[in-house]
Design a protein around this ligand. Structure first.
Ligand SMILES: NC(=O)CC[C@H](N)C(=O)O
Length: 351
């Protein structure tokens, strides 16, 4: 069945449709990751986005449900060059095509993803539709204006039993499962929704953690959380990853900005000035370096290619966060020292 990728600049590209037979729309982004396609498409940070895999071969190994980073596929659509015909999921028996179909996620295969990636690198990210007919819609909604965190954040409190000697208040703004399991080795987690009643909480915890999540960090729906981060940091360590890094920056008076096409891939080189770390990235916004001047936050790490801020730390308080993904999933483990740092901050010695 033919499907069409329709871009806000009027470009229409036809390909072989697979997955869900319906249509969808979103912000068109690309990742250069060459493996970890299940971890990638189930990362809630991709809500509202249609994802291009720059790497051509997708679904060329079995669909492993245990690799999922959330309870479902989160991308709004998928663009691939050569998603393997053998959609059979090998021993797990899960078929990629069926997985997309029952998740309501449309996909188009046989697309020259290099041409698309070049277009996005030149023009910046584009709004787009996946449609069953080559017709340009009347408008291209900007999904980054939606309350995407509200869409993906859990609705209920969950106690996650980990290393019980310490407790972390873990605010689910669209977290990946692998951040929960990594922190579970250090502490037990009070996992709360993004719109939890923080200021009247009776929970007892030793630190606050804000993980990854979708959309614009400066979205009005996140203002209450930003205020809580600022308040609680006077009494407790506050630590974050990706969206968490951006919200911590906003909480201390810094600003964030939209990137031209973001960083999405597993080989981004960042440095602290002493060595290079190859890290996993998935972000379309970044900390505005200049804005840190007026805050008590210092830039501790940066991207060696474009100087994007990759870690901030408070000058006096135990508040720090990284833009890259130390949990990987997918990607390299160069950033795993971050969890040891958290362990140290909590004064926990793993048994
Ligand atoms: N993975 C994330 O947490 C992404 C953070 C934010 N939504 C961005 O795109 O920059």
């Amino acid at each position: 069945m033919d499907k069409y990728l329709i871009l806000e600049d009027g470009t229409i590209i036809g390909g072989r449709g697979y997955g869900y037979e319906g249509e969808s729309h979103g912000e068109l982004v690309f990742t250069t990751s060459m493996s970890g396609y299940i971890e990638t498409i189930t990362d809630p940070s991709y809500a509202g986005q249609i994802l291009i895999f720059a790497f051509p071969e997708i679904a060329n190994y079995s669909v492993s449900m245990e690799k999922m980073e959330s309870e479902k596929i989160q991308v709004a659509g998928l663009i691939t060059k050569d998603a393997h015909e053998i959609f059979s999921g090998g021993p797990s028996g899960n078929d990629f095509n069926e997985f997309l179909k029952r998740s309501g996620v449309p996909a188009i295969d046989g697309i020259d993803t290099r041409v698309l990636v070049e277009k996005i690198r030149k023009n910046g990210v584009l709004r787009c539709f996946i449609r069953n007919k080559p017709e340009i819609p009347d408008e291209f909604p900007d999904t980054m204006n939606d309350d995407l965190v509200g869409l993906v954040s859990r609705k209920e409190y969950q106690y996650y039993k980990g290393n019980d000697r310490r407790k972390i208040l873990f605010i689910d703004v669209g977290t990946k499962n692998s951040l929960i399991t990594n922190l579970g080795r250090i502490a037990s987690l009070h996992i709360v929704p993004y719109n939890y009643d923080f200021f009247n909480s009776k929970l007892d915890y030793d630190a606050v953690f804000i993980p990854n999540g979708p959309g614009n960090p400066d979205h009005p729906a996140l203002k209450n959380l930003v205020e809580f981060i600022r308040d609680v940091s006077a009494e407790k360590p506050v630590i974050g990853v990706c969206l968490g890094n951006q919200l911590i920056t906003l909480a201390f008076g810094g600003r964030t900005k939209k990137m031209k096409f973001g960083h999405r891939g597993v080989n981004h080189a960042v440095t602290d000035g002493t060595r290079i770390y190859i890290t996993s990235h998935n972000h379309g916004y970044a900390v505005d370096n200049e804005s840190l001047r007026n805050t008590d936050l210092s830039m501790r790490m940066w991207d060696i290619n474009d100087n994007t801020v990759e870690m901030v730390e408070h000058r006096d308080l135990p508040v720090y966060s990284v833009q890259f993904h130390p949990e990987a999933h997918p990607g390299p483990y160069d950033g795993s020292w971050f969890f040891d740092k958290i362990d140290e901050t909590l004064g926990v010695k793993n048994d």
